[in-house]
Design a protein around this ligand. Structure first.
Ligand code: ASP
Length: 301
């Protein structure tokens, strides 16, 4: 059994609060796995905790788009039957990961705001209140101080994601985001795109990505890595793809786990607050393996 959670690949040093929240999400999610829950439920549960915290760019803490509206993306996929659910640009719902999970149980895979919102309301998912004055001020500052969207990309990511392996040997992956700060309304990143931001297949592995969505989409990063997990160790499956992404000018971070429970946490950015929970306990750090050099490698045996 294994659960891995991240709070976004970033160049900004993560706060102690965010590391503590990741630890809470890990211990609570791992307890579920221990009690016999499946990997999908553990992934959704952990992500929901981070969405509810308001300190990550997901759920309550999601970024505002440039028109002042919060439109959230999330997806989840499970490895035993390749079922997946995803929501794109969901407005007014506090936990997009729960909405994605409901869609996974429907005959559909992806829903944009209107349909996803109807389903979420029918199931009484908690609502989001209007953005507060602080958020609107922050948006105003961002819009003033950054002329190019790409400059936002290079520094601040705090999307959340998780992958898990349960007692039955089933894998799952999920992710939730408010996109990139002050993005244009209608822009869609990798997070809700199955095969780009997340992928899970018991025959290969589970992957959750974060970073510059446009680059992750162009490489179909999660699926590419998952396919490589069939043959290679997690480290060897991830590094070439991240190097390629880097060479195109992108930045990203990845959680990858194979069907035997070997895993790695790798990022091109300076930080990626993340952690993992195994039967030996919980480990949470500011950063793990940075592919451009130094930092710590976590490549489980
Ligand atoms: N990948 C997300 C997006 O492009 C952003 C992030 O990971 O923080 O929307």
């Amino acid at each position: 059994m294994l659960l891995i959670v991240h709070g976004g690949a970033s160049f900004r040093k993560p706060s102690r609060k965010s590391l503590e929240k990741i630890a809470t999400a890990l211990s609570s999610g791992y307890q579920l796995l221990r009690d016999g829950a499946n990997s999908r439920d553990a992934v959704v549960h952990s992500i929901k905790i981070l969405e509810d915290s308001g300190i990550f760019n997901a759920g309550l803490g999601g970024n505002l788009q440039s028109d002042g509206t919060m439109r959230l993306d999330a997806s989840v996929m499970r490895g035993e039957d390749l079922r997946a659910g995803s929501v794109i640009n969901l407005e007014g719902i506090r936990n997009p990961i729960l909405a994605a999970s409901l869609i996974m149980e429907s005959p559909h895979v992806v829903m944009t705001n209107r349909g996803a919102h109807c389903i979420a309301r029918k199931e009484n998912l908690p609502l989001l209140s209007k953005p507060n004055a602080y958020k609107l001020k922050k948006l105003e500052r961002s819009l003033k101080s950054h002329r190019y969207l790409s400059r936002f990309y290079q520094k601040y990511f705090s999307t959340v994601g998780a992958v898990a392996l349960d007692l039955q040997g089933n894998l799952a992956a999920g992710s939730s985001t408010g996109g990139v700060p002050a993005m244009l309304p209608g822009r869609v990143g990798d997070t809700p795109l199955i095969g780009a931001g997340v992928y899970a297949d018991n025959a290969s592995g589970a992957v959750s990505c974060t970073g510059m969505g446009e680059y992750i989409i162009r490489l179909s990063l999660a699926k590419e890595i998952a396919m490589n997990l069939r043959t290679f160790s997690p480290l060897k499956a991830v590094v070439p793809s991240l190097k390629r992404l880097s060479s195109l000018g992108g930045e990203a971070g990845v959680l990858a786990i194979n069907r035997k429970g070997r895993f790695c946490i790798i990022h091109t950015t300076e930080y990626m607050p993340s952690g993992y929970a195994t039967k030996r306990g919980i480990c949470v750090q500011n950063s793990f393996k940075r592919i451009s050099g130094k930092k710590y490698a976590v490549d489980s045996k």
